[in-house]
Design a protein around this ligand. Structure first.
Ligand SMILES: CC(C)(COP(=O)(O)OP(=O)(O)OC[C@H]1O[C@@H](n2cnc3c(N)ncnc32)[C@H](O)[C@@H]1OP(=O)(O)O)[C@@H](O)C(=O)NCCC(=O)NCCS
Length: 180
């Protein structure tokens, strides 16, 4: 892992993401995940899967539910950031460098904290990390069916590089990229 390039903590106050925090809620902070947080992050992924609307491939949903051991092994090759509000872990994204580009994986936000700028804060930190890691571009490849993710990426200025038809589990995948 390119730990030496990483920013370890970013604070994203309400102004940083352009969103208003809920009354009484603290700012969103984004930090590198620690080994102590592995159970909490696995619980977050499980919550996201349990509340996800139907119609997604079972293989995808299975892949989003790592055991603590599996997540620990993911951390070997991928740099994960987690978002917190009032010390509750509410979102996560993984960043990996492949062939000079930064690929984002496993982006999730707690369903109770959506549309509050959490993913925006996570992606802002991921873009900073990519820049510091000398990546020329950041790319993300959501299933076409994940329409909130597609809307988020467009909102954040990613451009659509193409569609891979029936690429994963016979589902279309949309490829988005943003230069850093
Ligand atoms: C996609 C996801 C990460 C978005 O997280 P979020 O914290 O709610 O996103 P943000 O609050 O930062 O959204 C920023 C902007 O993106 C767009 N957006 C995000 N979710 C949207 C939705 N459900 N519908 C339409 N636009 C949406 C909006 O423009 C939004 O700004 P607005 O709220 O002012 O309208 C979240 O819905 C999620 O975890 N989904 C399930 C897992 C998933 O699909 N992961 C992506 C894999 S690539």
């Amino acid at each position: 892992m390119a730990t030496e390039h990483a920013s370890d903590r970013d604070d994203h106050g309400p102004g940083a993401s352009g969103k208003s925090a809920e009354k009484g809620a603290g700012p969103i902070s984004v930090e590198r995940v620690t080994h102590q947080e592995v159970p909490a992050i696995c619980a977050l992924y499980k919550k996201v899967v349990d509340t996800q609307p139907g119609g997604l491939p079972v293989e995808l949903l299975k892949g989003w539910q790592p055991t603590p051991l599996e997540f620990t092994s993911w951390m070997e090759g991928v740099t994960y950031f987690v978002a917190r509000r009032d010390s509750k872990l509410i979102g996560s994204v993984g960043c990996e460098i492949r062939h000079g580009a930064c690929h984002l994986v496993h982006l999730v936000v707690d369903p109770e904290f959506r549309r509050q700028g959490v993913a925006t804060a996570l992606l802002s930190t991921a873009l900073d990390w990519a820049r510091k890691s000398n990546a020329a571009v950041v790319w993300v490849d959501p299933l076409a069916k994940l329409t909130p993710a597609v809307a988020l990426l467009k909102h954040l200025g990613f451009s659509e590089a193409g569609v891979l038809h029936k690429h994963m589990w016979a589902e279309d995948v949309r490829v988005f990229e943003r230069t850093v």
